[in-house]
Design a protein around this ligand. Structure first.
Ligand code: COA
Length: 307
């Protein structure tokens, strides 16, 4: 069996917060943020539901399908609108979907965990799954804490995945989790995101390299075969360190964090969309999609674009 990507959509809030604007209220600077993270600005606003609805609607339209074609919705989010109910049923309702809908929380690996979940659903009888990554991280940021405020942004991205008996875009996965590192990046009930940035950085490079190598090995390809790397957009230096160890030049890597910051579950579909807009997604090419995040969790997949 196989699974095809059929359509993609994104959403970002209109409000742009630049590094200079943050420097007005925080002891930081555009130079520090740009040099240490690669981030120049981020989008702020909306909610997981409102952004997820726009991205989901666009992905269905892009796929050329009808609403009634979608038979499952999986939403990856770290920042659901409410603890209960899940945000996915509310998005489904707004979209006019009547299919099953659920949230998945794997922090910044969320989109790839949701794609893996969709793959399993398609293997076991579903025909078309809408996968959305949507985040309202700014709600859980203490805007007087320069450690977190400079990093995060809001946004959403979505993809429609379809069962195809004759072909396959998703060649392999490698996912993992290590709860012994749970305290490195947290947000308690009613609190704000907090992080041991140095340790997250160190571990992120390690798990991305390891999971990417395992995903490539199980797809039967090497780094030389990859036309594109679509990494989770947390910090340009993490991406540089990981791709360098994998032997992949930055020219083959998609970067959107300069404009959006770290949007957690939304970052990989936002980066895919940017690559496609710029003509970098070509039929027959291999791509590595790889994420890491709080948990810790990590997830890599090898994709061969069919269109
Ligand atoms: N603005 C200005 N200065 C800052 C600052 C900020 N926002 N944050 C820290 N500093 C200062 C520190 O106080 C320190 O000053 P000192 O040298 O006088 O002591 C200096 O900058 C270096 O701080 P350090 O913490 O060593 O910076 P870093 O190079 O480790 O970068 C992060 C910090 C957070 C950018 C980096 O560790 C990181 O990106 N980690 C991974 C985070 C991540 O990706 N999380 C999401 C996972 S999904």
């Amino acid at each position: 069996m196989g699974v095809r990507f059929r359509g993609w959509g994104i959403a970002v809030p209109d409000r742009i917060v630049t590094n200079d604007e943050l420097s007005l209220t925080l002891d930081t600077s555009d130079q520090w943020i740009t040099e240490r993270t690669g981030i120049r600005e981020r989008r702020v606003g909306g909610s997981a539901m409102s952004l997820g609805v726009i991205a989901g609607r666009d992905a269905i339209a892009d796929s050329g399908m009808e609403l009634s074609d979608i038979d499952f919705l999986v939403l990856a989010t770290t920042t659901p609108d409410r603890l209960c109910p899940a945000t996915a049923p509310m998005i489904a309702n707004e979209l006019g979907l009547t299919c099953p809908a659920m949230d998945v929380n794997a922090a910044c690996s969320g989109f790839m965990y949701a794609v893996r979940t969709a793959y399993g659903l398609l293997e076991t009888g579903n025909k078309r799954v809408l996968v959305i990554g949507a985040e309202h991280l700014s709600r859980w940021v203490d805007w007087s804490d320069r450690n977190m405020a400079v990093l995060l942004g809001d946004g959403a991205g979505a993809a429609v995945l379809e069962y195809d008996p004759d072909g396959n875009d998703l060649l392999s996965f490698h996912l993992g989790a290590d709860g012994s590192a749970a305290d490195l990046l947290t947000c308690e009930h009613g609190g704000f995101f907090q992080m041991d940035g140095k340790e997250v950085f160190r571990r992120a490079v390690r798990v991305v390299v390891d999971s990417a190598e395992k995903a490539m090995a199980s797809a039967g390809i090497t780094a030389d075969d990859l036309s594109l790397v679509i990494p989770h957009q947390a910090n340009i230096r993490i991406i540089q360190a990981a791709t360098q160890r994998l032997g992949i030049e930055m020219e083959r890597t998609v970067i959107t964090l300069d404009r959006y910051g770290n949007t957690s579950s939304a970052s990989i579909p936002l980066a895919f969309y940017d690559a496609r807009e710029n003509g970098r997604v070509k039929s027959g090419d291999y791509a590595l999609l790889t994420g890491f995040g709080a948990g810790m969790t990590w997830a890599s997949a090898i994709v061969k674009w069919s269109r």
